[in-house]
Design a protein around this ligand. Structure first.
Ligand SMILES: [Zn+2]
Ligand SMILES: [Zn+2]
Length: 264
């Protein structure tokens, strides 16, 4: 339950979030302390519940505008983050601003190849991504011009802008920002491919999966750690079969993604 009244502190915090769109929880907590200092002349010791109430109050004020601050944990390292998201996002163009229609078309192509990658890999190699550029067509079915070098530059921009993650071995996967900001787009457009973590119910594209092929249990690494703890003989939270934590969803760290795109 939200008990706080919307104040200048909330307004100032929101302004900063609007200009950044995406930040670590640590940065958001620092920001919170700074806006408290600026508006109330003091910042009290950090309290997780108060902070949650604070975010809820900001979200109440945003709901009629179809915006929301979403909080999540990074799939790769468990870091906590915050993102300002459009709750009614239908088009990628509304979310990933600052790109030309051609660039967005290319992003959509990459997103599609990543989400539909065979064997729940949820990634493609940089080589495969660059090759995809030659398949771009406009509405009149004419090929769009995106050179190999142009595609490479653009991929770097997507990585820099935190829409994609590139591993040391060049595998491209979806970032936490993309998973948060394009949540409805992904869930509605890829009902059969997008899966949820059995524990936290958030989208999962990196983590552990049950060895039993018919079982839908999937766990983020940080959720698996939290759930299994020091359990001696971990079993699947869903089908109770032994859980070795070695069957993965997403690419194993340091593995190379296939150079050709295979869709499920
Ligand atoms: Zn999870
Ligand atoms: Zn299972």
């Amino acid at each position: 339950m939200t008990t706080q009244d919307y104040s200048d502190t909330h307004r100032l915090f929101l302004q900063a979030v609007i200009s950044r769109r995406f930040m670590s929880e640590k940065d958001a907590i620092d920001l919170h302390a700074r806006v408290c200092q600026a508006t109330k002349g003091m910042s009290s010791p950090f309290d997780q519940d108060d902070f949650t109430d604070f975010i809820n109050t900001v979200n109440d004020s945003l709901s009629s505008l179809e915006f929301e601050i979403r909080r999540a944990q990074d799939e790769a390292n468990g870091d906590k983050i915050l993102a300002l998201t459009n709750t009614n996002e239908q088009k990628i163009a509304q979310v990933a601003t600052g790109y030309t229609p051609l660039e967005l078309e290319y992003f959509k192509h990459l997103l599609d190849a990543i989400v539909t990658a065979d064997d729940e890999l949820y990634c493609i190699s940089s080589t495969a991504a660059v090759n995809e550029a030659s398949k771009l067509k406009n509405k009149e079915n004419k090929s769009l011009q995106l050179t190999k070098a142009g595609a490479e530059d653009l991929i770097s921009r997507f990585v820099q802008d935190k829409w994609l993650i590139r591993s040391k071995k060049g595998a491209l996967s979806l970032s936490t920002r993309t998973l948060l900001e394009l949540q409805s787009f992904l869930k509605e457009g890829y009902e059969d491919q997008i899966q949820e973590c059995t524990l936290c119910m958030e989208i999962i594209t990196k983590g552990q999966r049950c060895n039993v092929a018919a079982c839908a249990a999937r766990l983020h690494q940080h959720c698996a750690m939290k759930y299994f703890g020091n359990m001696n003989n971990p079993v699947c939270p869903s089908c109770r079969s032994p859980w070795d934590g070695k069957t993965l969803i997403g690419l194993a760290p340091n593995a190379e993604a296939p150079h050709t795109i295979r869709r499920r």
